[in-house]
Design a protein around this ligand. Structure first.
Ligand code: ZN
Length: 164
């Protein structure tokens, strides 16, 4: 992997609010990342509100957008993208965005894939799961039942990059 330019953005594509923390907590917590978060354009108004709390928690978030595709302004080879894994994800919306990520990877963009159901073979334990859980509870209290009864959502995560 090449050295990251300071102007480069880390662009996390989260089909739903909460996917960014569940799938990309380590990217969110990396103080060297300049973060752009892209959520699905059809996210309803209530859930749009919730993501504002995440920006309050993390200084390195530049912008949070609701889009149905990647805005052209971000399509350059400096930016590093994180998409849901088109193979290991189960939610149809995650797979849809994952397919978009695959197509961008095949065009030569820097694309990583992440997994939210923790079934992918590249999953590892996060170093500070209590911090991941804290952030989930803080930003998405309404979704709490998901990780409260199944700790994999804050214990693990993982990334892969495809080679062509
Ligand atoms: Zn989702």
């Amino acid at each position: 992997m090449s050295e990251k330019n300071s102007l480069a953005n880390t662009i996390i594509v989260a089909p739903h609010p909460d996917d960014e923390i569940i799938g990309c907590f380590e990217q969110l917590r990396n103080p060297f990342n300049s973060l752009v978060l892209i959520y699905s354009g059809d996210t309803d108004a209530d859930r749009r509100e919730t993501v504002l709390e995440l920006k309050k928690q993390l200084d390195q978030i530049k912008i949070q957008l609701f889009q149905n595709s990647i805005p052209p302004t971000f399509l350059n080879n400096e930016n590093v993208f994180f998409f849901p894994d088109p193979i290991y994800e189960t939610h149809p919306k995650h797979r849809e965005w994952g397919n978009m990520g695959e197509s961008m990877a095949r065009q030569g963009f820097k694309v990583n894939f992440y997994n939210t159901n923790m079934t992918a073979p590249y999953i590892h334990e996060v170093n500070n799961p209590e911090d991941k859980k804290y952030l989930l509870d803080k930003v998405y209290p309404d979704q709490k039942s998901l990780w409260e009864f199944d700790h994999k959502y804050f214990l693990f995560e993982g990334y892969c990059r495809w080679i062509f």
